[in-house]
Design a binder for this molecule. Structure first.
Ligand SMILES: Nc1ncnc2c1ncn2[C@@H]1O[C@H](COP(=O)(O)OP(=O)(O)O)[C@@H](O)[C@H]1O
Ligand SMILES: [Mg+2]
Length: 314
């Protein structure tokens, strides 16, 4: 399958700070490809380079078979980009914003009205079409931004943290829309720092401090975790957490509701037995737990940190 985006050795430096560090990536068509990383990991910088809005310091980018940034103009009308920060005109109405976007994205005049109407209906914006964009709720703003990003029916849609600031119901609706777009042939690249969004993607790249530290389908990433994860219940979990603190076999612990989630280091064999023995003095129920993307993320970002600390001094 021909990749929709292919990136090799992509790097961006701002002064002596490296925001994106030698990223290789290949994004297959017709799916949702997630770019998962904490704040400041270089997601926005990477996506802006893929749109041709920011010149890379090094590396190659190919989007829809064209070289970026050299051939950006040729693909501009086939790519939709939704910025992380709301970038519609606050002092124009929804309708005026849509009309403006239709014009600059080259939607044919005769088709503009119909297309705008269809999108306003689909994104439930029609009742507010004469309201100023600046006066919309967070969810409405996101819907407007998505409607505007797809006005020209792009083959590729780049979404930068599209739902970080909206409630879970709005987020679900938004994702339903994304899947519909995929089914009709659009490829979607979405950046996120939210684990529940990452779980929905067909394919994920995990990025930390500008570097890609893992990639694969969520299922494959969870399957390859290579570390035991356990849930511990009982009246003493605070004491247990303190007891596990700093123990070399323990990679991470986190409280989830009434239980304690413990990830052991890769290579600890018979983790359940080890934990039972180590916690023999406590009243605790200890059960193996299924890996989550959050576990994968914790593991991947830790490995990156360890390499950085011991490595070639980049
Ligand atoms: N124009 C810039 N000049 C200097 N540093 C920048 C610039 N843009 C981004 N950065 C830095 O690059 C890093 C990555 O930023 P960004 O790509 O916005 O991360 P993310 O989108 O993952 O939160 C951050 O440390 C940020 O401060
Ligand atoms: Mg960002």
């Amino acid at each position: 399958m021909e990749a929709v985006i292919r990136v090799r050795g992509l790097s961006k430096r701002f002064g002596d700070f490296t925001a994106v560090d030698q990223v290789d990536m290949s994004i297959p068509p017709h799916g949702v490809y997630g770019f998962l990383g904490p704040n400041g990991s270089g997601k926005t910088t990477a996506i802006r380079m893929m749109c041709g809005l920011l010149a890379p310091t090094a590396g190659e980018i190919e989007v829809l078979g064209m070289r970026i940034p050299e051939q950006t103009e040729l693909i501009r009308r086939q790519v939709g980009y939704m910025t992380q920060k709301f970038s519609m005109y606050a002092d124009l109405t929804i309708l005026q914003n849509m009309e403006f976007m239709a014009r600059i994205m080259g939607v044919r005049r005769a088709e503009q009205r119909g297309r705008i109407r269809e999108l306003l209906q689909r994104f439930r914006l029609e009742p507010f079409s004469r309201r100023l964009a600046g006066a919309l709720s967070g969810g409405q703003k996101r819907r407007l931004a998505l409607a505007a990003a797809v006005i020209h029916q792009p083959r590729l849609l780049l979404l930068d943290e599209p739902t970080s600031e909206v409630d879970p119901n709005t987020r679900r609706e938004f994702w339903d829309e994304l899947f519909l777009m995929c089914e009709s042939g659009t490829t979607v690249l979405v950046t996120t720092h939210l684990m529940d969004e990452a779980e929905r993607c067909h394919h994920l790249a995990i990025i930390n401090e500008g570097r890609k530290v893992a990639d694969g389908s969520p299922e494959a990433l969870k399957g390859q975790l290579g570390a035991g994860v356990f849930a511990i219940d009982g009246p003493q979990i605070t004491a247990i957490r303190n007891h596990l603190e700093g123990v070399s076999q323990v990679l991470a612990t986190t409280r989830i509701g009434l239980s304690l989630r413990v990830m052991l280091m890769p290579g600890v064999v018979d983790g359940l037995d080890w934990l039972r023995e180590h916690l023999a003095g406590f009243t605790a129920g200890i059960e193996p737990a299924g890996a989550t993307i959050e576990d994968v993320f914790v593991m991947a970002t830790r490995e990156n940190g360890a390499k950085g600390a011991g490595g070639a001094g980049r």
